[in-house]
Design a protein around this ligand. Sequence first.
Ligand SMILES: NC(=O)c1ccc[n+]([C@@H]2O[C@H](COP(=O)([O-])OP(=O)(O)OC[C@H]3O[C@@H](n4cnc5c(N)ncnc54)[C@H](O)[C@@H]3O)[C@@H](O)[C@H]2O)c1
Length: 352
Amino acid sequence: METWILDRRDVAAVMALVGRDALMERVVERLTEGLADIGHGRRELSPLRDGFERSEPVPGILEWMPHRDPGDSITIKTVAYSPGNPERFSLPTIIGTVARYDDTTGALTALMDGVLLTAVRTGAASAVASRLLARPDSRTLGLVGAGAQAVTQLHALSLVFPLERALVWDTDPAHLESFARRAAFTGVPVQVADPARIAAEADIVSTATSVAVGAGPVLPDTAHREHLHINAVGADLVGKTELPLTWLRRAFVAADHPEQARREGECQRLAPADPVTGLAELVAEPQRAEDRRDGPTVFDSTGIALEDALAMEVFLEVAAEHGLGSRMSIEHHPADALDPYALQPVPAAASL
Ligand SMILES: NC(=O)c1ccc[n+]([C@@H]2O[C@H](COP(=O)([O-])OP(=O)(O)OC[C@H]3O[C@@H](n4cnc5c(N)ncnc54)[C@H](O)[C@@H]3O)[C@@H](O)[C@H]2O)c1
């Protein structure tokens, strides 16, 4: 049995063939369907992820994020958060790979890049949540943190709202300066604005920062539009949060994974009695979200492997349509299943 591999050239080819907008739209719709399945009890939410935290040489974490669709597949993303990467190594802060296993045999059936996939599905998750909780006529998006995820936050939200401008802030002047170029393909005009102005003028805000543990909030609790919806994307470590607690307490809070959000998302500072609603419940019963749109709302996005599994499906479908990817016999499946030394003949070319 062979493993189907989509490397960086294959994911780039998927993007080029489908187009960025259509790919993002497909992932938004797939996430909506998958979350609705969970909300209606037809599918299980992914279990909590786990990981190894490191403080040296670059503070961060490497996590494994599992999702199981019984009888079909198990998808596991290994993903590292290494905020020193861009400056020290010219590498993204978020690096990962996604592996898919056959749920019956355990065989590795597919393996793909997780960097582009993570950025796309994280933008898509904010689009799903914002479509439920933000006003449909939202025109101003605020972005706090102008790194990699900010690009796909703006992209995804520009596809589901009539955005007229994006107000952006980052503590790194170089990242702030380059954002307009990186986001130009969206066609949404970008203006630099400090966090207080973003809070005051935005209809929707996405926070996606690498703020250090204990150094938040990145957005002040100052005057804001009554209906402001915030996608809090960057709180995903114990002690790392982006929003003022006062703001969080008065907002209606939804989370992709309420238990995970209470452990490491914005919700880690809420009391157990403070309500946190599952995003899947809202997708299944959208009226519950729509009833909240005129007041402050938060989507606490910590990221779940279900999203990775669904986005991977989209990439694999396009790859299948166009014959993309390569096949490798990574696992040793002996000619005699009971004899590990019963080696299969290796073709001459492959043994070079
Ligand atoms: N929820 C999810 O599913 C999900 C998925 C991917 C990444 N993330 C998280 O999103 C965050 C951003 O990821 P990225 O890939 O964009 O990283 P990145 O390094 O590309 O960008 C982060 C940006 O935040 C800026 N920043 C740091 N402190 C700031 C502050 N106080 N105010 C404003 N800007 C500040 C940095 O200068 C940098 O430009 C990370 O915490 C990451 O773990 C969440």
